[in-house]
Design a binder for this molecule. Structure first.
Ligand SMILES: *Cc1c(COP(=O)(O)O)cnc(C)c1O
Length: 493
């Protein structure tokens, strides 16, 4: 078969046709599905789909149109669709059409950000995007650095890596911290974060050779915010034990309640103790676009590093994480001179690569879709979308609070609503809520989240969660979702 490459004149014509085919297939699949997720039990669905997909590596190819139609139709039919208002289980947003269009152009051109000669303008664009978002965060765009990441997981690892190597450099006076953690620090480095921080903080500690036990959990208040008094005590205890605090990780938007740690107070403590301050703003970072919600993040600009996810409150197709650090010189821990990518004389002559800003080598230009979106909507436009999601969460919280069959866990901070169903007397609420969520999933009518949190008496309990990241959702859509949920509860009785 004749290969047609997307970046050529012929390729663009072919691509337009293929895109029409693919989008028609998406439309057909969405119509067959008819709801946010395919109805049915997972085993039966997996068997049906496996039977319908032909061989993935046939001896003779089926051709582009057939392959696209067959696979994409099934993909759409069996998708959990964040564009459906009843799909509200995860921090998983519907992507903006303009961002997807930009991303398609990126796929066609296929720049790679590991060397200047693979991505001349994409490199400049990422640099500008980093400076712009650094400015929004409150860093000085001229001295800050950063890069687009795969998301909060990678951004947290980056923040902790830079923090670790700053300590190692300071202690050993060596510029080559990758030689390993010096003996006097082995088993002594500690990361302090709230007890509800994202799991990737602990996993990063493991990856960085500190062990997951290096994480010191800090108590939270009734709204899941880190308690600065508890942080102060723990920092002191760490020192008393002869350990070394490597970083304090604050969360701006916890995955469940959307709680935002008190960043100003934490900044004060990290300054006093000279500890790296990383803010995991994977979820809450989008609030920076909103005049109404940005004040909740006051103090974020005093951090040493931050991770934002624009594939959450930013409506980007995955992946669109951004890692920023106040002082770009800290990235030198990642920098390498590689003969075939960025030889020193090329760099000196102005052919600057972005190899040393990322853990990856070949790297997609995810900055482009973000840049196009920021320019298309502006800060106000994006802020309005954030506000709409917040308003939807407040509406849902009020509706839940007004229904005696439901119990609201906490007032929403950003756009998530945690609640649970109250089963009739004698029913086990944990089992009832877990079953209810599965029943709604199997009905194909709604996808709500699930989590475990302490209830008001402090006992771990199963809760349900709405993650409202779709600004096109209406109040009527939310009423219907809650009605469908309660309908499943009635059926279960
Ligand atoms: C989503 C999330 C992460 C993980 O981000 P990914 O983009 O999934 O890697 C980390 N921290 C918080 C608070 C999050 O909400």
């Amino acid at each position: 078969m004749d290969p047609i490459f997307a970046g050529t004149t012929r390729g663009r014509t072919a691509l337009a046709g293929y895109l029409t085919t693919a989008l028609d297939a998406v439309g057909a699949g969405v119509r067959t599905r008819g709801g946010p997720i395919p109805a049915g039990e997972p085993d039966a669905l997996a068997r049906a789909w496996a039977a319908e997909f032909g061989a993935l590596l046939p001896e003779n190819g089926a051709g582009p149109e057939t392959a696209l139609t067959e696979v994409v139709t099934k993909l759409a039919e069996g998708a959990a669709d964040p564009a459906d208002p009843a799909c509200a289980a995860h921090l998983h947003c519907p992507p903006l059409a303009v961002a997807v269009a930009a991303d398609t152009a990126v796929s066609a051109l296929n720049p790679s950000l590991d060397s200047w000669d693979q991505a001349p303008v994409a490199s400049v664009l990422e640099d500008r995007l980093v400076a712009t978002l650094a400015g929004l965060t409150g860093y000085d765009g001229d001295t800050a650095g950063g890069a687009v990441t795969t998301g909060g997981t990678e951004s947290n690892l980056m923040g902790l890596l830079l923090a670790r190597d700053r300590i190692v450099r300071g202690l050993t006076g060596t510029e080559a911290p990758q030689t390993g953690i010096p003996a006097e620090l082995v088993g002594k480095l500690r990361i302090l974060c709230s007890s509800v921080a994202h799991f990737s903080v602990a996993r990063s500690a493991g990856l960085l050779g500190l062990g997951e036990r290096a994480v010191v959990p800090i108590a939270v208040d009734e709204a899941d915010r880190m308690r600065p008094d508890a942080l102060c005590v723990e920092l002191m205890r760490v020192r008393e034990r002869g350990e070394v605090p490597l970083a304090v990780v604050a969360t701006a938007g916890t995955t469940d309640l959307g709680a935002i740690d008190p960043l100003e107070a934490i900044a004060e403590l990290t300054y006093a103790h000279r500890v790296w301050f990383h803010v995991d703003a994977a979820y809450g970072g989008g609030a920076l676009f909103s005049d109404r919600l940005a004040p909740l993040l006051a103090g974020i600009g005093r951090s040493d590093s931050v991770g934002l996810d624009l594939h959450k409150l930013g409506w980007q197709p995955i992946a669109a994480g951004v890692f920023l650090s106040r002082d770009r010189t800290g990235f030198r821990t990642l920098d390498r001179t590689v003969a075939y990518l960025n030889p020193a004389d090329d760099e000196a002559a102005g052919y600057r690569s972005r190899l040393g800003l990322s853990l990856r080598t070949t790297r997609r230009a995810d900055a482009v879709k973000i840049a196009v979106t920021l320019r298309a909507f502006g800060r106000r436009g994006l802020g309005e979308l954030v506000d709409r999601c917040h308003d939807l969460a407040r509406y849902a919280a009020d509706a839940i609070g007004a229904d005696p069959r439901l119990e609201l866990r906490a007032e929403p901070t950003l756009s998530t609503v945690v609640f649970r169903y109250r089963p009739p007397a004698g029913g086990d609420p944990d089992q009832a809520n877990a079953r209810l969520r599965r029943a709604l999933l199997a009905s194909g009518k709604g996808v709500v989240g699930r989590t475990t949190m302490p209830d008001r008496s402090g006992t771990a309990a199963t809760y349900l969660k709405l993650t409202l990241l779709n600004p096109a959702t209406t109040q009527a859509d939310l009423d219907k979702l809650l009605l469908d949920l309660l309908g499943e509860a009635e059926l279960a009785r």
